[in-house]
Design a protein around this ligand. Structure first.
Ligand code: ADP
Length: 687
């Protein structure tokens, strides 16, 4: 039993007769305090003795006693008392109340248990009482390489004939003091004995160093988290992957019970069961999966594999525990599962094609497509589709194509490459309705474009016609005007009033027709004539317009106010002059006949973000809001010619001009409240 005792944490089971505890007293008083051993005292016979701890305590030993309880973790230099009539065993460094039916005494059971679990670190002592019932347990300690002692006066050599095998189950028959000293000596002797010579020391150190480097290399080359635990499930070592993965330190890991790691996040009942119940029996744990929310890394699925190994030199079981994070793998597997299910459940055609273009799978909705193309599972797809397959494999990206089928259906096919799996999935979708709608929309748009062209053509022809008409009709009207003038000069003084009225009407109608023709001519010219853009001050423009209407201003005593500072703008000056002239003329016309009020016309300007905004406001008769759009139509007039002279073309020409300048025009007015015409022109910069 000498081998390795220095490295061990020996467990000493001591049988004492309850009637005679004095030998225990003598033993304990002699045994040094820090031997590093764990003492388990098993009083017998086994009937319950409620105050056994009290009795033992009254011996005033140097140490405290702890009652043996289920799951008590054994510690060195501690003493435990098995007081109940329940056999306790040792399992993973813990005392475990055995539920098996007892075929032997509590003491015998304990001896056998430490022999089994502690091997050469097991020590059995019979201190008082005959203990003959526990001798087979002592035999097992010896067989396991452990040491056995008995109080010379209590157990005789004859009793040891009850031993198993060769009958020598007790190494030494000594007094309690001698047993205590022998234990102390053994511990001491082995610590000295095992000090190697300087040569051996170097050799051993080299060996240890190499072993250490070797072990470290293995530990750190493992790509998963690895923990090395002792039989008590304390961490002896962890690899870097573990520290990185769980964001923890050596200080918070080594020497800690596995359940205490990472803020007790490993304190998982299933893991406890696996490590404490399953592992000791099967010596290994395979693919034990735990799913859990970890504080530092969130929800994770971990795969644990453990193996119990016994290192010869130490003689102690170690547990290698690898922890593999399989969260991603599980997620991917789930996705794969979903994908695999997908074609089956997809109401649209799905086909799976190998890279060489062979159909390897089709779902039921694809039958319709296959029937039309004459293809089936195992067929080679068309050359066109094969080249799409090659394209999608080369780019690794999905490719979409549209196909018109035989019976007027249109399908969209998405080719999705699954490079790892070695095939391409083709997802089809019936887009016949959408395609029809798109085609109809396109047809309507084409139709509209044709109509628009026709309209433009008609407009052009109309403009041309108006130009010809106004030009050709102008000279007969001018002749009519000239003869009317002559007639008036020649006969006006000699004719009666009726005849005078007829001459007035002829002259007036000729004048009106002439104005109408001028308006038509300007209308036909609006889009045709493009004056060069120039930079000008709008004030100058208004001054020029004012000069043109000077006689009316004077005639009707018009007050013309230019409200705001006018800007310099870059635009078609000639056309804008026409706009101002039309609006000012109307303003004068529709505000000059109101009794007891002279016309007041205001011209204003506002600089907007992208445009210049002007207005021409009057204090005239106003316009009902329902006519605000109407008045811009050609020949629309709200009054008879006898009330207000005009052709009804002025505002239409003005709006056409504004459109041609990319501007807008609108009116704000109420009946009897005057009218304000607003218009905008874009802000343009010269060059
Ligand atoms: P015209 O003035 O020759 O009749 P317009 O096209 O210039 O033709 O104007 C159309 C109609 O809009 C006019 O007949 C008139 O009823 C109305 N109108 C135009 N300007 C004004 C205004 N400043 N005040 C009131 N009514 C107006």
């Amino acid at each position: 039993m000498t081998k390795g005792i220095r490295n061990l944490h020996p467990v000493v089971a001591i049988g004492v007769s309850k009637e005679n505890l004095s030998s225990l007293n003598r033993f304990l008083n002699t045994l040094p305090e820090h031997t590093g051993m764990t003492l388990i005292i098993v009083p017998y016979p086994d009937q319950d003795t409620p105050d056994i701890i009290g009795q033992i305590n009254s011996l005033k030993p140097k140490r405290s006693f702890y009652p043996a309880k289920h799951n008590t973790r054994l510690k060195p230099n501690h003493m435990y008392i098995v007081q109940e009539n329940v056999p306790f065993s040792l399992s993973n460094g813990k005392l475990v109340a055995s539920e098996e039916q007892m075929h032997e005494t509590t003491l015998g059971h304990m001896f056998r248990s430490i022999a089994k679990t502690q091997g050469n670190k097991a020590i059995g002592i019979l201190l008082s009482g005959s203990g003959s019932h526990a001798l087979s347990g002592l035999s097992e300690i010896k067989a396991a390489g452990g040491r056995t002692f008995a109080h010379a006066h209590r157990l005789t050599h004859d009793d040891s004939s009850h031993c198993n095998g060769d009958g020598h189950c007790v190494d030494m028959f000594l007094t309690p003091e001698q047993i205590a000293r022998e234990l102390a000596r053994l511990v001491h002797q082995h610590s000295i004995e095992n000090i190697p010579s300087p040569n051996d020391q170097k050799r051993l150190m080299d060996k240890a160093k190499i072993s250490r480097i070797f072990a470290d290399a293995i530990v750190n080359s493992i790509s998963e988290s690895l923990l090395i635990l002792n039989s008590e499930l304390n961490v002896i070592e962890a690899n870097k992957i573990f520290y990185n993965k769980f964001d923890t330190t050596v200080k918070d890991t080594e020497q800690k019970l596995i359940y205490e790691l990472c803020d007790h996040q490993w304190n998982i009942p299933e893991l406890k069961h696996a490590l404490e119940e399953l592992l000791p029996i099967s010596k290994s744990l395979r693919d034990f999966e735990i799913s859990r929310d970890f504080l530092s890394i969130g929800h994770r699925i971990m795969l644990l594999n453990a193996r119990q190994i016994i290192l010869d030199e130490i003689g102690l079981p170690l547990i290698l525990l690898t922890i593999e994070d399989i969260t991603q793998r599980r997620t991917a597997e789930k996705q794969m599962e979903e994908m695999a299910k997908f074609p089956l459940e997809n109401p649209n055609p799905v086909m799976r094609i190998s890279f060489d273009g062979t159909i390897i799978y089709t779902n039921q909705p694809a039958d319709f497509f296959l029937a039309q193309t004459g293809l089936r599972n195992g067929s080679l797809i068309s050359k066109k589709w094969q080249s799409v397959i090659q394209e999608t494999i080369a780019t690794g990206k999905p490719v979409r194509i549209e196909e018109d089928l035989n019976h007027g259906e249109t399908f969209c096919f998405s080719f999705a490459p699954l490079i790892q799996s070695g095939y391409v999935n083709i997802y089809g979708m019936d887009i016949t309705d959408r395609k029809k709608a798109e085609r109809e929309k396109q047809r309507l748009m084409d139709e509209m474009a044709v109509k628009q062209k026709e309209l433009e053509h008609v407009n052009q022809e109309l403009d041309g016609l108006m130009a010809i008409l106004s030009h050709d009709l102008r000279s007969p009207i001018q002749t009519l005007q000239a003869y009317g003038k002559l007639l008036r000069e020649k006969v006006y003084g000699q004719i009666d009033n009726d005849s005078k009225h007829f001459i007035d009407r002829i002259q007036h109608t000729a004048y009106h027709m002439n104005t109408l023709l001028s308006d038509l001519l300007s209308l036909s010219k609006v889009n045709k004539i493009k004056n060069p853009y120039e930079e000008f001050h709008v004030n100058d423009l208004i001054v020029s317009v004012r000069e043109s209407v000077e006689s009316d201003i004077n005639r009707f005593n018009v007050e013309l106010i230019v409200r705001d500072t006018m800007p310099v703008i870059y635009s078609d000056r000639v056309k804008l002059r026409e706009v101002f002239l039309n609006l000012i003329n109307n303003a004068i016309k529709y505000s000059s006949k109101i009794p007891n009020q002279h016309p007041v016309i205001e011209i204003g300007y506002t600089q907007k973000e992208n445009c210049h905004e002007f207005y021409v406001k009057d204090n005239g008769i106003g316009i009902e809001p329902k006519f605000h759009d109407k008045i811009f139509e050609l020949f629309v007039r709200l009054h008879s010619r006898t009330e207000y002279d005009g052709t009804g073309a002025g505002l239409n020409i003005t709006r056409k001009i504004m459109n041609s300048l990319n501007g807008k025009i609108w009116v704000r007015s109420e009946i009897g409240q005057g009218a304000a015409f607003y218009f905008t022109v874009p802000v343009l910069k010269k060059d």
